[in-house]
Write a new protein. Sequence first.
Length: 201
Amino acid sequence: MARQYDLNRWAVPTLRSVFMPQYRRARIPGGTYFFTVVTHARQPFLTDPHCRTILANVIREVQLAHSFSLEAWVSLPDHWHCVWTLPEGDADYSKRWGLIKAKFSKEARSFLRPKGCCSNGDSRKREAAIWQRRFWEHVIRDEADFRIHLDYIHYNPVKHGLVDRVQDWPYSSFHRFVAQGMYPIDWGEQVDLAESHAFGE
């Protein structure tokens, strides 16, 4: 059965001037967000079985301490897209990402160091050698925006030429949504790559 989403919980952020003196993130308590997190220097380790296991365990650990719902996701070799929903009254996704990145770096650095993915030095330097320092976030505005970003996430492996069909990429939430009836199994096969820019970011 397809999951029903409550449209009343989607929040619209206040628009700010494009001439902001410094970078500010949109923070909506209890909001739903799309994120992109990229590896340092685009190192292609996120689909490595060992790294996938570490990342999954770290996400579960952080979820237990600081609850959030992982609505959708895709792992590509050098970046990760996902959609989260935070608890009511909570807008601190930065803390959660900081914990995920730091815990992953701690667990994976001995495994990745032989490949040159980690450096010696303090923990911030080691983290910086694994992840790009910043991440991209977008506040999901409504049900249509949610669906656009869902499509973006699941079509991304095809867009990057990793597979020919969405269903052939194993590292995403696509098959869960197929089981829920939100996608047919052959979704994306009729999408023109030139039209895929309409999906999400």
